[in-house]
Design a protein around this ligand. Structure first.
Ligand SMILES: Nc1nc2c(ncn2[C@@H]2O[C@H](COP(=O)(O)OP(=O)(O)OP(=O)(O)O)[C@@H](O)[C@H]2O)c(=O)[nH]1
Ligand SMILES: [Mg+2]
Length: 463
């Protein structure tokens, strides 16, 4: 009898538990790994430290404790938290390695209930939080679903201007020698596709974010698969209407269609439809450092990401899968790269960037917020005196190990226009440096800026 009661008690408590899947997205190098590492680290420490004052449940001491538990989804790699912490706590300290694929981590957060009927029955509950890290580039493939091979090709060819055209030279040259009307030669097509992929990599290395198809630069488990061996074709130079079904042209077209069906659609169905909440991390400072082309390119990529959230009733996405994201957070990352009085400008810039999509009426039922955060604070802010003037500055250790104290520059409040860039004569307008993480005792939580505010928005209503 006692055993039965115990089992019933356990069952009862389990029924009080809740479950949330959080997607952490951002374009390449936006700070996803740092964010997840710090989020896990903060939650693991919060029962013993006052590290999250803006996260009400932690501030009010309602979090009893958090621990990592095995994830449900055995097909997705585990998020490398321990490896990331080893890098941050190493000597010298280092940032975690770049990631290339989807990964996942599950936390069990035990907390005291405060409100609602459940409080009367059970005083403690557990929130199971699944955090999924996946490359934002994969969301850039969404428009492919509504584009034919001809339409997609036309868009890609149109982009070949300025720097992009230069990066594409090898691919375009290799392309010249292929007759797509004759029977398809797999090896030849693989070669030209490899040059096209090189071109996309070059764009990415130059700080451009609009890189499509996204899997070409981050193939994950599809590395070397023929479904990643196609490239856009210039239909204005030649007509392919009469291409034989065994021709090179038809092969490219088939692969494009396969990619849409088995890569893009499959990704949305498998992952996207299971999320409850999403954070999109944006590093606005990096493209400001590089120049107008990089900045506009990132804006285009962000617009594209936002399209994934336009769940209009007639939207084909709604029909394709049933998204249930009800909260979406946009976070400008690495705010510790600028002096504190610039944080409001950075936030305003981010708000401008996402404004058109935010306004879109089809954001039915999705709550959105913007904020500036530093997942792992690598600098100290202060003032330096120069000629009777006090100038704000940040101080940190550069990647070469030397200390640097600097005023990195003013962040524009609004989307920078042509005059803004001209004023800087083609030189970077800012000096945003990368810093090494600060050494931190391993039993202390990482220093952060407003990660608690992000947590409050993302899970505050669930604990
Ligand atoms: N100062 C500072 N730098 C950060 C912070 N977060 C990330 N960084 C820097 O940004 C780089 C990229 O961060 P990651 O967390 O690896 O970014 P990611 O989005 O996971 O990158 P990929 O996995 O390569 O797409 C790090 O190596 C750091 O140099 C932060 O909070 N503060
Ligand atoms: Mg990463």
């Amino acid at each position: 009898m006692k055993k039965l009661n115990q089992e019933m008690n356990d069952l009862f408590h389990r029924s009080m538990d809740s479950h949330l899947r959080l997607a952490v997205t951002g374009l390449s190098r936006a700070g996803k790994t740092a964010f997840i590492t710090s989020l896990v680290n903060q939650l693991l420490h919060t029962s013993t430290h006052d590290n999250l004052p803006l996260f009400a449940a932690a501030r009010d001491k309602r979090i009893i404790g958090a621990r990592r538990v095995p994830q449900d989804n055995l097909m997705v790699p585990r998020f490398a938290y321990d490896e990331a912490m080893d890098s941050l706590n190493g000597s010298p300290t280092a940032w975690p390695e770049p990631t290339r694929d989807v990964s996942e981590i599950r936390l069990a957060i035990k907390f005291k209930r405060t409100k609602g009927a459940r409080r009367l029955i059970s005083k403690e509950s557990t929130l199971y939080l699944d955090i999924v890290d996946y490359p934002g580039e994969w969301l850039l493939d969404l428009p492919l679903l509504s584009l034919s091979f001809e339409e997609w090709s036309a868009k890609q060819i149109e982009l070949l201007k300025g720097d992009r055209k230069q990066y594409a030279q090898d691919w375009l040259q290799e392309n010249e020698s292929v007759d797509l009307m004759v029977e398809g030669n797999e090896k030849l097509l693989a070669n030209v596709s490899a040059r096209f992929t090189d071109y996309l990599h070059r764009c990415k290395e130059a700080g451009l974010h609009w890189v499509q198809p996204g899997r070409f630069v981050l193939p994950g488990e599809l590395e070397g698969a023929p479904v990643l061996q196609f490239y856009p074709v210039d239909h204005s130079k030649q007509t392919y209407e009469n291409a034989d079904k065994h021709s090179g042209y038809s092969l490219l077209k088939q692969r494009y269609e396969e990619y849409k069906k088995n890569v893009v659609k499959a990704f949305y169905k498998q992952h996207f439809s299971t999320f409850d909440r999403q954070i999109i991390l944006v590093d606005c400072l990096q493209p400001l450092n590089v120049g107008p082309e990089a900045f506009n390119d990132m804006k285009m990529a962000i617009d594209q990401l936002m399209d994934s959230f336009k769940y209009g009733k007639s939207n084909f996405l709604r029909r394709l899968f049933s998204p249930k994201i009800d909260r979406l957070l946009f976070a400008a990352t690495k705010v510790d790269h600028v002096t504190p009085e610039q944080h409001t400008n950075l936030l305003s810039l981010l708000q401008q960037m996402v404004h058109p999509a935010w306004q879109h009426t089809s954001f039915e039922g999705i709550e959105m917020q913007c904020m500036g955060i530093a997942s792992i604070k690598a600098t100290d802010a202060g003032f330096v005196n120069s000629q009777d003037k006090s100038i704000p500055a940040i101080q940190g250790i550069k990647l070469d190990g030397n200390e640097l104290t600097i005023y990195p520059g003013e962040v524009p409040r609004k989307l920078p226009q042509r005059e803004f860039w001209e004023a800087f004569d083609g030189k970077p307008a800012f000096e945003f440096h990368s810093f090494l993480p600060k050494p931190n005792p391993s039993d202390e939580p990482c220093a952060h800026i407003r990660l608690d505010k992000a947590l409050e928005f993302l899970i505050g209503d669930k604990v």
